[in-house]
Design a protein. Structure first.
Length: 282
C-alpha cells in the first residue's frame, strides 16, 4: 500500500486531476451543456487519457531531474530512494501506453493528439525544459491541448479555441515565473532557462504574457460570443489579480516572492475558466 501511494505521489495526482477537469471542460464547452457531457463515454476516455499522460510526464520529468531534485526537492520519491529511477521510467511508459490506447477507443484525432502530447512531454523533460522560453511555450501548448482534446472527443473543437488560447497565455506566463523561482537550483545544474540566463528579460516576458491575457480577455464579449457576466468575472477575478501580481513581480525579486506569485496564478486560472464556463453555458 505504501508503495502504491509513493507512485501516486510520483504522478502528482493534483496536476492529473486538473488535466482531467480541463479536458472534461473542453467537452462541456464544445457541447454547451454540463448534463449532456456525462452521457459522452468518449469524453471520459479522453479525460482519463489526459490524466494518465500528464502523470507519465511528471514521472519522466522527475526521472530526468533526479540530480536537481536531490538539491531542490530531496523529499520527492526518486531522490528520497522510495522509488528506483528504472521503475519510475517503466511506470511512465506504461501510463503513456494506456493513454494512447484510450485514444484508440475514441477516434484517429484523439490518437494523434495522444501521441503528440507524449512526444512533447518526453521532449520537454529531455531537452526543451532546458531551452530558453521554448520549454515554457511547450507547457502552455500542452495545457491548451487538454481543452481541444475534450472537443475532439465530442466531435467539435470550435468552442474550445477561446479557453485554449486563454490557457496557453496564462500557463506560459506562470511557467516563466516558476523558472524565476527555481533560478538557484537551475544555476547549480547549469540549466539554461531564460530566467537563469537573463532574469530581467524573463520578468519582461512573463509580464508580456500576463498583459496578453488581459488584452485577450474582453475580446469574446466584444465579439458577442460571451455575455456580460463573463466580462465582469474575468475583469475582476482575473485581470485585476494579474495587474496586482504584475506589480509584485516588478517590485519583489526574491524566491519567496516568485513562489507566492506563481501559486496565486495557479489558482486564478480556475477563476478564468469559471468565467468562460458561465460565458458558454449561460
Amino acid at each position: 500500500m505504501r508503495t502504491l501511494l509513493t507512485y501516486v505521489e510520483l504522478a502528482r495526482p493534483l496536476n492529473g486531476v486538473i488535466a482531467f477537469i480541463s479536458t472534461w471542460l473542453g467537452g462541456i464547452f464544445a457541447i454547451g451543456s454540463t448534463l449532456n457531457s456525462f452521457l459522452e463515454v468518449k469524453l471520459l476516455y479522453v479525460s482519463i487519457a489526459s490524466l494518465l499522460l500528464l502523470s507519465a510526464g511528471n514521472a519522466i520529468n522527475d526521472y530526468c531531474d533526479y540530480n536537481i531534485d536531490c538539491h531542490n526537492r530531496p523529499d520527492r520519491p526518486l531522490p528520497s530512494g522510495r522509488i528506483r529511477r528504472r521503475n519510475a521510467l517503466i511506470f511512465a511508459i506504461t501510463l503513456i501506453g494506456l493513454g494512447i490506447a484510450l485514444g484508440v477507443l475514441v477516434n484517429l484525432y484523439a490518437v494523434f493528439v495522444a501521441i503528440l502530447v507524449s512526444m512533447l512531454l518526453v521532449s520537454y523533460a529531455l531537452i526543451l525544459k532546458r531551452t530558453p522560453i521554448l520549454g515554457n511555450l511547450v507547457v502552455g501548448i500542452l495545457t491548451s491541448l487538454t481543452f481541444i482534446s475534450g472537443g475532439i472527443a465530442v466531435g467539435s473543437v470550435h468552442s474550445t479555441i477561446i479557453p485554449a488560447i486563454f490557457a496557453f497565455l496564462f500557463t506560459t506566463a506562470r511557467e516563466i515565473v516558476k523558472d524565476l523561482e527555481d533560478i538557484e537550483g537551475d544555476k547549480r545544474e547549469n540549466i539554461k532557462t531564460l530566467a537563469n540566463l537573463n532574469p530581467r528579460l524573463a520578468i519582461i516576458m512573463a509580464l508580456s504574457f500576463m498583459f496578453s491575457v488581459i488584452i485577450f480577455s474582453p475580446i469574446p464579449y466584444l465579439l458577442g460570443l460571451y455575455p456580460w457576466q463573463y466580462l465582469v468575472t474575468i475583469l475582476l477575478g482575473v485581470d485585476l489579480v494579474l495587474i496586482c501580481l504584475g506589480i509584485q513581480l516588478v517590485k519583489n525579486v526574491s524566491k519567496d516572492g516568485y513562489a507566492k506569485i506563481q501559486r496565486w496564478m495557479k489558482w486564478d486560472i480556475f477563476v478564468g475558466l469559471g468565467a468562460i464556463y458561465f460565458g458558454i453555458i449561460y
